[in-house]
Design a protein around this ligand. Structure first.
Ligand SMILES: [Zn+2]
Length: 223
């Protein structure tokens, strides 16, 4: 029996959790609601079970953006085709310390329909403090237009927004969402090397809303 379990476990261990853990008081976009996660019923206080209450904005921690985030008649998160976030994805490592630019992307031959996750210095640097990091690496407007032109289906970034805090976040979101590119924000890719992966990322099914928290997993594609 122990042997049989041994054979099963390694395959599942290959999945790497690239989501950020949720906890009270954690970092969030400055004008978004705080994250509050607390027990409201507790066994050790005489309640019949443990029950928690969660309060947060939909764009905190690891989450997805739907077109409705920036377009009044855009698609809501619950209508996202599941195939958007289940399948082959490519992790591209970005060395530019300020932003993702077309000049750095040109060498990667980004193709129609790809799922692209950008690993930047944010993964190692920006998730450490429980305070908002203003100078995180973001997708420049030019790079957003570049990947929109390549007609990718999904883009993922390793901090809270595709757009920069001091750059034109709205224009960058519109360039991506307006090109039918769904967005994952708030990944932590510190444990992931650049390359090909199987991706599973599923946002919570919030009916008619513009974004939702998500769990994201990657498994290396061998060979
Ligand atoms: Zn968002």
């Amino acid at each position: 029996m122990a042997e049989a379990i041994k054979q099963v476990v390694p395959a599942t261990e290959k999945w790497i959790d690239v989501s950020v853990g949720l906890h009270s008081g954690m970092v969030h976009w400055p004008d978004n609601p705080p994250i509050e996660l607390e027990f409201v019923m507790q066994l050790d206080k005489g309640d019949g079970c443990n029950v928690s209450k969660l309060s947060m904005g939909t764009h905190s921690a690891t989450h997805m953006d739907a077109p409705l985030h920036f377009f009044e008649d855009g698609a809501s998160i619950d209508t996202m085709p599941l195939s958007t976030t289940i399948g082959r994805a490519r992790v591209i490592e970005i060395h530019d310390p300020e932003s993702i630019k077309p000049t750095e992307l040109e060498q990667y031959d980004i193709r129609v329909g790809e799922r692209i996750l950008f690993k930047t210095s944010n993964s190692l640097r920006a998730w450490q403090p429980d305070r908002f990091v203003e100078d995180f690496v973001y997708i420049s407007k030019e790079a957003a237009q570049y990947v929109a032109g390549r007609k990718i289906q999904l883009v993922g970034v390793d901090y809270l927004s595709v757009g920069g805090y001091h750059a034109d976040g709205a224009a960058i979101h519109r360039a991506l969402l307006g090109a039918n590119i769904w967005i994952i924000e708030g990944l932590n890719l510190a444990q992931v090397q650049p390359g090909e992966y199987e991706l599973i990322c599923l946002p919570i099914k919030l009916l008619g809303h513009e974004g939702a928290p998500a769990r994201a997993l990657l498994k290396p594609v061998l060979g």
